[in-house]
Design a protein around this ligand. Structure first.
Ligand code: ZN
Length: 277
């Protein structure tokens, strides 16, 4: 199943068609996807028996806002790919390095993001959205609590990020620094949700190119480790870390400029586009 927010309304997507969830369900589910994660199991059952007779064509000009519109918690994992830890000159972590992106930084597909300085870097990441509340979940059960996967950019102001003594969150939370989209894909849609190609292109040039199977802590291990401490709720977001190829690792470092177009791709999910202004 694929869901998204089109014109700020929750929709189901199948190929090039979509269905408005609130209208089709005659109000059983809300129009706001952020309020639907509480009823995730119910939504999946309802959607599986649905007839698509009243679907609408997506068309090319559709605006996808974030499929995780107002999460209660946003987790981000640093240094979760061996090659990225190496390029940052860091030792491999024994537990996931966890920070937050404050939710006000979240945005959707085709967002125009204002660069606050000339030190803003890209980080393509697989984004997990939780579907069922959990605490102290083992890694072999962790996928059962996931609603789906999306694409994210963990945009990072590198000077602010390191200035705060290892507390990354502020440097990663300027307005627009958390694009997520274009849609949310349930894990069963993907041949292997643990091994997806992911890429960043800047103005068409490939700068990051890896696979999620290269993670140090897998999606299931991240969920299990986080849930040892916190309760994860429906709609919560986890940015799962970025592979090598960030601008900071270039010699000299290469950061984003106004006019740059970031395309973030993950196999089986789609393409997330971000415009730097
Ligand atoms: Zn990151």
């Amino acid at each position: 199943m694929r869901v998204a927010q089109v014109d700020n309304r929750a929709v189901l997507i199948r190929e090039d068609q979509y269905l408005d969830i609130e209208k089709t369900s005659q109000g059983r589910f809300r129009s706001d996807l952020g309020r639907i994660y509480d009823k995730w199991t119910e939504l999946r059952e309802w959607a599986s028996g649905l007839k698509w007779s009243n679907s609408v064509s997506l068309g090319s000009g559709v605006a996808f806002s974030s499929p995780a519109p107002h999460p209660g918690q946003v987790f981000a994992i640093g240094l979760n790919y061996k090659d990225h830890a190496r390029e940052m000159g860091m030792v491999l972590p024994e537990i996931p390095t966890t920070f937050t992106k404050f939710p006000s930084c979240l945005t959707g597909d085709r967002a125009h993001v204002k660069l606050p300085s000339s030190n803003v870097d890209w980080e393509v990441e697989l984004v997990v959205v939780m579907g069922i509340k959990c605490h102290e979940v083992s890694s072999d059960k962790a996928w059962d609590y996931v609603a789906g996967l999306s694409i994210g950019q963990d945009l990072s102001e590198r000077v602010v990020q390191v200035k705060a003594g290892g507390q990354f969150s502020l440097g990663k939370s300027f307005p627009g620094f958390g694009p997520i989209g274009p849609c949310l894909v349930t894990p069963d849609e993907l041949a292997d949700p643990n091994d997806l190609a992911l890429k960043t292109k800047i103005n068409g040039e490939v700068v990051q190119d890896s696979r999620t199977s290269q993670m140090i802590f897998s999606v299931a291990e991240i969920i299990s480790k986080l849930s040892e401490v916190v309760t994860l709720n429906p709609g919560d977001v986890i940015f799962t870390g970025t592979p090598s190829g960030v601008g900071m690792s270039f010699n000299p470092p290469r950061y984003l400029s106004p006019g740059d177009i970031i395309t973030s791709e993950i196999e089986g999910i789609g393409v997330l586009t971000t415009f730097c202004v």
